[in-house]
Design a protein around this ligand. Sequence first.
Ligand code: SF4
Length: 230
Amino acid sequence: MENNKLADCADCGLSRNERICMNPQGRASKGCPTASEKKEIEKAKSIYENPDIKEFARQASLQESQCYSGRDKKPYTMRPTKPRIQEICEFAQKMNYTRLGLIFCVGMAREAKMVSAILSKQGFEVVSIVCKVGCVPKEEIGIKEEEKIFIGQHETMCNPIAQALIANNEKTQFNILLGLCVGHDSLFFKFADAPTTVLAVKDRVTGHNPLAAIYTSGSYYAWLNQKTDK
Ligand code: SF4
């Protein structure tokens, strides 16, 4: 950070076309990292010079644009065409990955079976690993009886580090996360060797659509705008 203002793109007051990050003739807003973080932006550019990273980024960018149809039409209005599972398969094919890790939550076991079948039919070898792998009791990480979901019973901890180590051991080339909890997903990212993408995140009350609570934060979820005690 080159000044005391933290990056604040979320609160940028400029229209898309006025923004310096969207338009080389554009302007910087308050807390604009395009204006204040030039050193980091240059550092990032040098990281993209690594041929493997550059190719990964190039294929990701190709995949991004290929998710829209009719791009040769002028004026162009965006027409997205592909669901994320298709995007993931196409990107993995572009990168010549043959062995994929499907890293899932036991609460989405049914979905994992369907996703695994789709990936197999698309020609990938699938290594699938559930969060409860290892049957390690929650007491191992200091959880007390009254802190469990099912008080008074054995409860297996979610084990994202074991999921990552098993995926690493089985040499997955690309991992796909399906429904891992907040924090468990973070540990998986930290310990996985292969790059990882997310097919879906868990949201227990919105059918795994966390933006539902955001979209309704002006009405039914208005209480989210007040600081809550945990
Ligand atoms: S980089 Fe600057 S111009 Fe772009 S969204 Fe962030 S604050 Fe706004």
